[in-house]
Design a protein. Structure first.
Length: 412
């Protein structure tokens, strides 16, 4: 049985810019280790921060949107697996894959549930309310759920999101939980980690293109940090992130040691020098890459329930979880001063990585499941009645819209 994976990506992965880039590279490494040839196809151009996929032996191909040239490409390639990196990619190219390479296993990597993040942003739901049926009142929700049901398998990064989808009636056979995954060797960072005494100051990190991060920066400056600063004289809060503009740098306020630093060139080394990561994130979905970055560098966190969602399970968290601003400030101050609590929090983080996100926990089960689906693909699809209907109706409408756009473009 051939082992060829085609990934259709919205953009080239940028692991130094966002957790989404890290996630995709982790999946690539998994497939590469098990003998898959990988081709990455996208309509986007490379940026200076795009990961050099060729260094991993991954071929890259430029494809066009609403263009029948893709039909010949996918038909000739006929890959064993097609991976869509977002539901939008599946909307754009899923019908073409279904028509011209019908034997390809179609996998959607949701990265996070976009409709959940958007709904939380609109309603500002933070306090442990994980889901409401009201969240479905959006076009994005219907589009994303349709994409999940059309696909042969969707990779879900959070246990919370698995639960939400199943409660909505999505068949569990269409879902596979695979979060961020790390080699056990990552725990060697513990030996390199700077001591409590050698660390100082606070940090927040995140792409400024991602609205939950930008919202958090404003909340830190206006609500959280001035109160922490008043309790810990001389401490600084440094904000790192990708795609920070000149306007964002104007948020710096040296009177309270609130400093926008820019893009982190070596995130692990930078994080390892700070005592605490602050993450009072008010809305979002999926897993927060910044918390995992902090855990790996031995940096305890004070975070909201949204920031911690799906991370610790039954294990103790690597710091404190607080949604109340007053309590958040108190916990941050306590963790900054108390070495024993700090060391315990650091160890809690290592335990979480080892017991919940070790690569070895997921890899065999995942690859065995893919092999099973490839060998039983027809029966799997026949058991997904909703998917059969959606692939017939919604993809047909998408197909004719795409063909109309293609013909319209020829007239220009």
């Amino acid at each position: 049985m051939s082992k060829q994976l085609l990934c259709i990506g919205q953009v080239y992965p940028e692991p130094t810019s966002s957790a989404a880039g890290i996630r995709l590279l982790q999946l690539f490494d998994l497939f590469l280790d098990y003998g898959y040839d990988i081709i990455f196809a996208t309509t986007s151009l490379k940026s200076q921060y795009s990961h050099p996929l060729e260094d991993k032996g991954i071929s890259t191909v430029s494809i066009k949107l609403n263009d029948s040239s893709f039909d010949c490409f996918i038909k000739d390639l006929s890959p064993s697996i097609v991976l869509f990196d977002r539901f939008v990619s599946e909307e754009q190219f899923g019908w073409r894959v279904e028509k011209y390479s019908p034997n390809s296993l179609r996998i959607l990597d949701t990265e996070d549930l976009h409709f959940l993040r958007i709904a939380r942003q609109k309603t500002a739901i933070v306090k442990n309310k994980k889901f409401s049926k009201d969240f479905l009142n959006s076009d994005v929700a219907k589009r994303e759920l349709a994409s999940i049901m059309r696909s042969d398998l969707s990779l879900i990064i959070s246990e919370v999101e698995i639960e939400i989808l199943i409660n909505l009636g999505v068949n569990s056979s269409l879902l596979f939980y695979i979060p961020f995954i790390f080699d056990r060797a990552i725990l060697t960072h513990k030996k390199k980690s700077l001591s409590f005494e050698k660390r100082k100051n606070f940090i927040f990190i995140g792409s400024f293109l991602h609205s939950p991060n930008l919202d958090t920066v404003h909340r830190l400056k206006n609500e959280i940090w001035p109160n922490i600063y008043s309790k810990i004289g001389g401490a600084e809060l440094h904000i790192y992130g990708s795609y920070i503009t000149s306007d964002h740098f104007l948020l710096t306020d040296k009177s309270i040691n609130f400093i926008i630093k820019g893009r982190a060139k070596n995130l692990d080394d930078i994080l390892s020098s700070y005592r605490i990561l602050l993450a009072p994130i008010a809305f979002g979905a999926g897993l927060k890459g910044k918390i995992f970055d902090a855990i790996q560098s031995g940096t305890p966190c004070v975070m909201s329930s949204i920031a911690s969602e799906g991370i610790n399970g039954q294990f103790k968290i690597n710091g404190f979880i607080e949604d109340n601003s007053k309590e958040f400030i108190a916990r941050a101050t306590q963790l900054y001063h108390d070495k024993e609590i700090w060391l315990n929090s650091q160890q809690n983080g290592y335990n979480i990585l080892k017991n919940r996100f070790s690569r070895e926990i997921f890899i065999v089960k995942f690859l065995n499941h893919l092999n099973f689906l490839r060998e039983n693909l027809n029966n799997h699809r026949l058991n997904n009645l909703t998917g059969l209907i959606l692939n017939y109706h919604t993809l047909k409408s998408t197909m004719y819209l795409s063909k109309w756009i293609e013909e319209k473009n020829k007239l220009k």
